[in-house]
Design a protein around this ligand. Structure first.
Ligand code: HEC
Length: 146
């Protein structure tokens, strides 16, 4: 008499506890939501990783500028007296920002302007660091600063 009951119990145990194909629709939706959440989380992390270098370039530029350029060009881009006297312009001047291309800034920093007293940085800085400086100098424009 006890035998058929025991056999039925054993048979039941062989059925997998969680078979997604047979599970109720509610559970399937829940699994799909979990998958979407995982994909979204990856997308957000990937986007953040892509965005960091852009911000980092500017921050790097700021640090180099503070240590190598600010003594002449001023932390805020207003030229110090000793170079202003020689005709150096202010980096926070909107007209100056408009007039100068990124290429012109890169060339000035890379090769210097010997006759005016702007040192060349091609031996002292990597091309990448010079680009970070150009990016930072652009942030000194009042329109960007606001
Ligand atoms: C010893 C002082 C001195 C230092 C240090 C210095 N500069 Fe200059 N810089 C000058 C002078 C002087 C000029 C020439 C200004 C002119 O042409 O009217 C100049 C010109 C420039 C120009 C071209 C400006 C223009 O109007 O075309 C840029 C860009 C520049 N400097 C960026 C930098 C950066 C970035 C650094 C730091 C890596 C730096 N400078 C360090 C003195 C300096």
């Amino acid at each position: 008499m006890a035998r058929p009951v025991l056999r039925a119990a054993l048979a039941l145990r062989t059925i997998p506890a969680h078979n997604s194909a047979n599970s109720p629709p509610g559970e399937q939706t829940e699994e799909r939501m979990k998958k979407i959440a995982v994909v979204l989380a990856f997308a957000i992390v990937a986007f953040a990783l892509l965005a960091i270098p852009l911000v980092a370039g500017e921050a790097e530029g700021k640090a180099v500028y503070a240590s190598k350029c600010a003594m002449c060009h001023g932390a805020d881009g207003v030229a110090k007296e000793m170079i202003a006297k020689k005709g150096a312009r202010n980096f926070n001047d909107p007209a100056w920002q408009k007039e100068k291309t990124d290429e012109a800034l890169t060339a000035a920093i890379t090769d210097g302007i010997k006759e005016k007293g702007m040192p060349a940085y091609k031996e002292k800085l990597k091309a990448e660091e010079i680009q970070d400086l150009v990016k930072f100098v652009r942030t000194l424009a009042p329109a960007v600063k606001k």
